[in-house]
Design a protein around this ligand. Structure first.
Ligand code: CP3
Length: 344
């Protein structure tokens, strides 16, 4: 039974002797085998849309490390592309998109079933990985949360402070809210299709949630997450959802209850001890080792890993980093982290 998988047990609220483990951005440039497959595909987007190669890179960290979960190899910015935005990646800089800041630009985007025409290869990747995964490994699908995706669509690129999105929110709330709305409903359709293709868990990445304060957080991070999760639960009862409102700080408190998320992933701006007291009381928590330990390694990595496992020991916990692993990480440090968690 799939319920035997450790990740699913933790997501159902079970406290395990040893936490299951996976890692954000576990398929990525720190792995030589990823760099080789990416070179074969050409650029990053070609890799995302090549189901065979995307499935291959999804499997690479599973083969090398035996993580408890595989995460679909794709990107949160494929959804804007499926809605009709232009998307490209500039090497060494990051994503670029055609901007959505006016009513006309918003009206030119198309949600509904049309998105699947672009996203079908992603569902094929899910099917391939599901077929090839070891039986104890859980397959996680994902999407960006509406606010985070909107910050890229409004600015046309990544930004440090999400300034353009905050400006649109202040200056043209109708367009801003229309975009959030379109992303919210489309994200339900996108995640639903991933689940139908075989994703056993889905994760909602709100990487820039921390820049929404007070009421804005409730309206544009919490409410969309709540809507997406409740719709998914209607369509796919029993599929767990992990929410990641990164750098939410105090807003992590009660987030699972308020949104219906089965698990809240916490970043490393809060301590594991704080998260155990304030977040894990409501259910499963995922996190939260600083990614820089994957670069520096050594005794500090071992000590911090043990501290986190210890802090979360009395409740359901999935061990992970606080954010994605970086390209300069040493693959041997990842092994050291896993050995430490499994030896705790
Ligand atoms: O975690 C995984 O292994 C699954 C795949 C995955 C990627 N991106 C692959 C990727 C996931 C879950 C994401 C999510 C994502 N993408 C987020 C949210 C999570 C986070 O990190 O905060 C965001 C904000 C993006 C948008 C994005 N994609 C940016 C800003 C960049 C450029 C920055 C960078 O790291 O180069 C990407 C590119 C990207 N997405 C890469 C990978 C492996 C690197 C691409 C390459 O090979 O050159």
């Amino acid at each position: 039974m799939s319920e035997q998988k450790k990740i699913l047990r933790a997501l159902a609220g079970e406290t395990l002797d040893t936490p299951p483990i996976w890692m954000m951005r576990q398929a990525g440039r720190y792995l030589p085998e990823y760099r080789a497959t990416r070179a074969q595909a050409g650029d990053f987007l070609s890799l995302c849309y090549n189901s065979e190669l995307a499935a291959e890179v999804t499997m690479q960290p599973i083969r090398r490390y035996g993580f408890d979960a595989a995460i679909l190899f794709a990107d949160i910015l494929l959804l804007p592309q499926a809605l009709g935005a232009d998307l490209w990646f500039v090497t060494g800089e990051g994503p670029r998109l055609s901007t959505t800041t006016t009513a006309d630009q918003l009206a030119a985007l198309t949600g509904g079933d049309a998105i699947h025409e672009v996203l079908n290869p992603i569902y094929d990747t899910v099917r391939r990985v599901k077929r090839d995964l070891p039986k104890e490994t859980t397959l996680i699908g994902f999407a960006g949360a509406p606010w985070t995706v909107a910050t890229y669509m409004i600015a046309g690129r990544g930004t440090k402070d999400q300034g353009p999105a905050h400006a649109l929110k202040a200056e043209n709330r109708a367009v801003f809210e229309g975009l959030i709305e379109l992303l919210t409903t489309s994200t339900v359709d996108y995640l639903s299709a991933q689940i139908e293709a075989g994703a056993e868990v889905v994760k909602l990445f709100d990487s820039w949630a921390g820049s929404l304060k007070g009421e804005d957080f409730d309206k544009y991070a919490l409410a969309p997450a709540k809507y997406i999760i409740s719709e998914l639960k209607k369509r796919h009862p029993g599929i767990p959802v992990i929410a990641f409102p990164r750098e939410a700080g105090d807003k992590y408190i009660g987030f699972a209850k308020a949104t219906g998320a089965d698990c809240v992933a916490v970043d490393d701006s809060v301590t594991a001890e704080w998260a155990a007291e304030h977040v894990q009381v409501d259910g499963c928590v995922q996190g939260n080792l600083k990614s820089s330990h994957m670069v520096t390694g050594g005794q500090a990595l071992v000590d911090e890993t043990r501290r986190i496992v210890e802090a979360f020991r009395n409740g359901p916990h999935i061990f992970n980093l606080g954010h994605g692993i970086t390209p300069d990480a040493d693959p041997e440090n990842v092994q050291l982290m896993i050995d430490t968690v499994r030896g705790c």
